[in-house]
Design a protein around this ligand. Sequence first.
Ligand SMILES: [Zn+2]
Length: 97
Amino acid sequence: MANAKLHVICGNCGCNNSFTFKIDFRGRNDNDGNDYAGVNIICENCSTLHSLEDNAVEKNEASINKKICENMQYYMEYCEANGYVTPMEYLTEHKHF
Ligand SMILES: [Zn+2]
């Protein structure tokens, strides 16, 4: 693994060394009306509030489970239309996306 080097710079004032963060547990709302947590990064130099998700994609269990369910749906539809194949055969030989 390479040495981790992540730089954070406030786009408002240019500060690169004075941040705090706060998890906002119910501060976000998805398209279905469900609340979810977000991370706010606060520049202590200029007091600007930044949302982490503006610059980083969340990878949470819900999105992973959604992808698994989508894959399972496609697998079942494939088997129904073409006959049974094992899940591994489907993934290695028949999955088209
Ligand atoms: Zn700032």
